[in-house]
Design a binder for this molecule. Structure first.
Ligand code: AMP
Length: 212
């Protein structure tokens, strides 16, 4: 199954994606993770992406589309995949439609208050990318990843100066995708306005939407 995850930054897509990817045995493809990895490795794409990401802006469509197109050609995508953070513009969605057929789009929703809290408290493992939160998903040892012992850090773009910009960009450039996929009858809304203890309920709603 070829799945797209939509929803504001901070709604929890990365957390749900890791769970869904295990259940359905399909790769979790996060363009944000791919760009962060490229920056770490100082590749050409990383150098192009860095300035935009630091400002909370979108990386240009041509760079992003090419990155995803290459990734989708890999063997592990043969039986399906889950895109997290792509598409983020109508141009990206149109390009994706030319590359492959999408079966379902999950649109995660939560209030502004919950989203800002999730973004500002998020901590990420430098080594394995696992996601924690200073109040809601607390690691056993402060600053240390439960999974791999890696160092937890706050993403630069989760700091207050970038968060507002990212939310504005989401509203202006990404939210129109909700209508785009609704018209194609691919969209399923998932209520993510629940505390982390209820993440199992969110995943159960996802399974219902994917299996109906
Ligand atoms: P994320 O980890 O999904 O929050 O993405 C972090 C940052 O990576 C975004 O704020 C953008 O600068 C960049 N990015 C990720 N995905 C895309 C995309 N589909 N189009 C453009 N920029 C992206």
């Amino acid at each position: 199954m070829n799945i797209v995850l939509l929803g504001s930054p901070g709604v929890g897509k990365g957390t749900y994606a890791k769970r869904i990817s295990k259940i359905y045995n399909i790769p979790h493809i996060s363009t944000g993770d791919m760009f962060r990895e490229a920056i770490k490795n100082k590749t050409e794409i990383g150098l192009k992406a860095k300035g935009y990401m630091d400002k909370g802006e979108l990386v240009p469509d041509d760079v992003t589309i090419k990155t995803v197109e290459e990734r989708l050609k890999k063997d592990d995508c043969k039986n399906g995949f889950m895109l997290d953070g792509f598409p983020r513009t109508i141009a990206q969605a149109e390009a994706l439609d030319k590359i492959i057929v999408i079966d379902k789009v999950l649109n995660f929703t939560a209030s502004d208050e919950v989203i800002i809290d999730r973004l500002s408290g998020r901590r990420v493992c430098k080594s394995c990318g696992a996601i924690f939160h200073i109040r809601n998903i607390i690691p056993k040892t402060e600053g240390v990843c439960d999974n791999c012992g890696g160092e937890l850090y706050q993403r630069d773009d989760d700091k207050p100066e970038s968060v507002k910009k990212r939310l504005d960009v989401y509203r202006e450039q990404t939210e129109p995708l909700i209508e785009y996929y609704k018209e194609k009858e691919l969209l399923a809304d998932i209520d993510a306005n629940k505390p982390i203890e209820q993440v199992d309920e969110i995943i159960a709603d996802v399974r219902k939407a994917l299996e109906e």
